[in-house]
Design a protein around this ligand. Structure first.
Ligand SMILES: Nc1ncnc2c1ncn2[C@@H]1O[C@H](COP(=O)(O)OP(=O)(O)OP(=O)(O)O)[C@@H](O)[C@H]1O
Ligand SMILES: O=C(O)[C@H](O)COP(=O)(O)O
Ligand SMILES: [Mg+2]
Length: 394
């Protein structure tokens, strides 16, 4: 990477603003169900502490839509970070403002202050320059270690770099180095698996992926929009209505360029997302009007498995179903097991996807667990990531 890293700057005694991606999955009791993203940032945090920096750590969590909301507070993350570091982590009550500036000013070398969720302010996602300046006022150096959010041009991932020396953290470096090596010249067959819930965010990625992969397997919430485009009834399933046409075009394009596009032939349906709720497997032409498709069915899982076992390179983002709630985890677990057994070079990325491979117990069989979901997909597409572009060149 031709960008400066934390090794290239003197941080001793300085206040350092470290943007991380601590957007971890939480359960309904706001307990962290997978702390991969927190652990992944520890090398940067520990290095900066050892070098005598004062750390102001910032992240988003979920999508609170620019409002304070306790449900999206980073407090549970502060607690886990403190446990992992074995030190006290001070929790700021806010993101910017006099009180936070005071807390930052009182930090001693090696101490860590975690700011509240940067997305409690609408200015964050708007990349508002005034807000970025307020963030910058807290520190003397900006370190971006939030690879998972590097595809976002927000105030704390990009804007702030206009006001401070800006360098990459170790995780950012490691992700970029690995993904460029693995995906520049992939061994074939190259199979991508896309699922999850961020349909409008990620459906556009598919177009570019069609130029890179040999086969594309689509499951999870993403699949429903395609099923709708094929003319099937999707009941109460998660469907992105204004992307249905695009889904149709993508299917045509896949045919034109000769990429195998596999969609579910059967799905698991249930009336609501609730553990133990009665569910059944139906063919995709028989989704009941009052129910939701919440997982790929057994036949689909088997078909996907066969395709995955042929692959030499696999990239996966987005679970095949609502894997957090049983029994809707089966399709995701089956795919995770197939990826693990394939022996292919495998990259699994995304907050929930990584939680899913951990849950399936196959994480140690994945070549690279990436902290980025959307970010790794955009990187794979060849797009420039704003959170990397803004960093100072070497
Ligand atoms: N059929 C479905 N209907 C509704 N939600 C689904 C369905 N399939 C999967 N999901 C949900 O998708 C969510 C994960 O999708 P998401 O796109 O956030 O993946 P990710 O791996 O976390 O990537 P990123 O890091 O980009 O967020 C999970 O919470 C899961 O319950
Ligand atoms: O989970 C992710 O992919 C990152 O944390 C980015 O979150 P976002 O899609 O809400 O910007
Ligand atoms: Mg997610």
């Amino acid at each position: 990477m031709n960008k400066k890293s934390i090794r290239d700057v003197e941080v001793k005694g300085k206040k350092v603003f470290v943007r991380v991606d601590f957007n971890v999955p939480l359960n309904e009791n706001r307990e962290i169900t997978d702390d991969t993203r927190i652990r992944a940032a520890l090398p940067t945090i520990q290095y900066l502490r050892e070098q005598g920096a004062k750390l102001i750590v910032a992240s988003h969590l979920g999508r609170p839509k620019g409002q304070f909301n306790e449900k999206y507070s980073l407090k549970p993350v502060a607690k886990r970070l403190a446990e992992l570091l074995g030190i006290e982590v001070k929790m700021a009550p806010d993101v910017v403002g006099p009180e936070v500036e005071k807390m930052a000013g009182e930090l001693r070398p090696g101490e860590v202050l975690l700011l509240e969720n940067v997305r409690f302010y609408p200015e964050e996602e708007k990349n508002d320059p005034e807000f970025a300046r307020k963030l910058a006022r807290l520190a003397e150096i900006f370190v971006n270690d939030a690879f998972g959010a590097a595809h976002r041009a927000h105030a704390s991932t990009a804007g702030i770099a206009s006001y401070l020396p800006a360098v990459a953290g170790f995780l950012m470096e490691k992700e970029i180095n690995f993904l460029s090596r693995a995906l520049n010249n992939p061994e074939r067959p190259f199979v991508a698996i896309i699922g999850g819930a961020k349909v409008s965010d990620k459906i556009g990625v598919i177009e570019n992926l069609l130029g890179k992969v040999d086969a594309l397997l689509i499951g999870g919430g993403m699949a429903n929009t395609f099923l709708k485009a094929m003319g099937y009834e999707t009941g109460k399933s998660l469907v992105e209505e204004d992307k249905v046409n695009l889904a149709g075009e993508l299917m045509n394009k896949a045919k034109e360029v000769g990429v195998k596009l596999l969609l579910p032939s059967d799905v698991v349906v249930a009336p609501r997302i609730e553990a133990g709720v009665p569910s059944k497997i139906v063919a995709v032409d028989s989704i009941p009007a009052e129910e939701m498709a919440l997982d790929i069915g057994e036949k689909t899982a088997k078909l996907f498995r066969e395709e995955i076992l042929k692959a030499k390179t696999v990239v996966w983002n987005g679970p095949m179903g609502v894997f957090e709630v049983e029994p809707f985890d089966r399709g995701t677990v089956a795919v995770a097991e197939a990826v693990a057994e394939s022996g292919a070079l495998s990259v699994v990325g995304g907050g929930d996807s990584v939680a899913a491979v951990e849950k399936a117990g196959v994480a140690d069989k994945i070549t690279h667990i990436s902290t980025g979901g959307g970010a790794s997909l955009e990187f794979l597409e060849g797009k420039k990531l704003p959170g990397v572009e803004v960093l100072n060149d070497k």
